[in-house]
Design a protein around this ligand. Structure first.
Ligand code: MN
Length: 156
């Protein structure tokens, strides 16, 4: 499928011909208040470029996988766990998520929007099992940061 040459911006982080899609299938993994837009996917490109937007208080899934993420923050501020560190991120920061690394993005009191480049052919994300969660939670800062769907406020 060939994309049109130009798809104009039609608002803040919205583009002509680009649907705002669910982040993932509901129930497949824990997440909160996050949307996905597929900006570029071409048969002759090995990568896809997506735009994710997390609303205030929302978060992506805590997961890891064998593929890499190259992330460019486009809007707002938030924090991300990558491996065993939590980073504050803001507009135009670049985040490289190595294969096999636990990661999760959270928006705090404002929107966090970011581009994410991935291989088209990629493995499915994996969620932490109890042992992995226990390992992550051995660091109090990570324990306080991560959202796994078990939190009270996540169940609405
Ligand atoms: Mn991921």
């Amino acid at each position: 499928m060939a994309e049109p040459i130009l798809r104009r911006r039609i608002g803040t982080a919205r583009w002509e011909g680009v649907d705002v899609a669910p982040y993932k299938n509901a129930g497949s993994a824990p997440f909160r208040d996050i949307t996905r837009q597929l900006l570029f996917r071409e048969d002759d490109l090995a990568c896809e470029l997506r735009y994710f937007e997390i609303g205030p208080g929302g978060h992506s899934t805590l997961e890891r996988h064998a593929h890499r993420h190259a992330v460019v923050v486009l809007r707002g501020r938030g924090r991300c766990l990558v491996g065993d560190r939590i980073h504050e991120v803001g507009e135009h920061d670049l985040v490289s998520i190595e294969p096999g690394t636990w990661h999760q993005f959270r928006a705090d009191d404002e929107v966090l929007g970011f581009l994410c480049l991935v291989n088209r052919d990629r493995d499915r994300p994996r969620l932490p099992d109890a042992a992995a969660l226990a390992g992550l939670r051995s660091d109090p800062a990570i324990a306080a940061f991560i959202r796994t769907g078990d939190e009270e406020h996540d169940n609405d």
